[in-house]
Design a protein around this ligand. Structure first.
Ligand code: IPE
Ligand code: MG
Length: 222
């Protein structure tokens, strides 16, 4: 969900205003995904690198996240969306972590869209997390180094049990992955769109899906 800051700057507004609008776009797009039958959606809300931003901006993003979580405990129970969080939660406030567990618990039996919110997420950090888990299993004799497979890594990443993404969509006109779903994206199709996240509409998602539908996926075969 990229481009909030530039969207605000274009309007001579503080970056915070861009994040506010971006959060509204996020609510609309997740509901739209559920409506059109998408099964898994992962949104990149805050990266392991975003702590480099000024404290005031980090605080305002965390405040928005907290508001969303509080709202999700009431209003969103109507939706058929299962919410999960991926990332390293240790630096998040105990209050936010508590709300995250509640949101997961409350929606765990929902059968529609599975929504993963990536928060303090980094693809490299995720792979390091899997490596630590494998190292523990080796140290404690449950696994032999020669037997480690790709499957062992896939089972230890944050999205374990979910399919790899078919489509990765980046708005805002940047052409990089910025540490998003590194392991999972080996054969994902990328769509880059020159539209700032607060301006993103369901019709833009439709455009991306149409583009995806025209791709010929071979997974290294012919
Ligand atoms: C939102 O967009 C992404 C978050 C980290 C919340 P940005 O804040 O990165 O917006 P730009 O890239 O500065 O325009
Ligand atoms: Mg950005």
């Amino acid at each position: 969900m990229d481009g909030n800051g530039r969207w605000a700057r274009k309007r001579a507004l503080p970056r915070q205003a861009g994040h506010n609008y971006g959060a509204q776009t996020f609510r609309k797009i997740t509901k739209y995904c559920e409506k059109i039958g998408i099964k898994h959606l992962t949104v990149y809300a805050f990266s392991t690198e975003n702590w480099r931003r000024p404290k005031s901006e980090v605080d305002s993003i965390m405040k928005l996240f907290k508001e969303y979580l509080e709202e999700s405990l009431t209003d969103f129970t109507k939706e058929n969306i299962r919410t999960r969080f991926i990332g390293d939660f240790t630096p998040l406030s105990p209050e936010i972590r508590e709300l995250m567990s509640k949101a997961e618990e409350l929606t765990k039996n929902k059968t529609g869209l599975c929504l993963n919110i990536a928060i303090n997420y980094g693809g490299r950090e995720e792979i390091a997390h899997a490596a630590r888990s494998i190292a523990r299993d080796v140290a404690e004799g449950r696994l032999s180094p020669d037997d480690i497979t790709q499957q062992d890594i896939s089972e230890r990443i944050y999205t374990a049990g979910q399919p790899d993404p078919d489509l990765i969509l980046r708005p805002s006109g940047e052409y990089r992955t910025s540490n998003f779903l590194l392991w999972q994206s080996a054969y994902s199709e990328y769509v880059f769109m020159d539209i700032l996240w607060p301006d993103f509409k369901p019709a833009d998602l439709d455009r991306a899906l149409n583009e995806y539908a025209r791709r010929n996926r071979r997974f290294g075969g012919v």
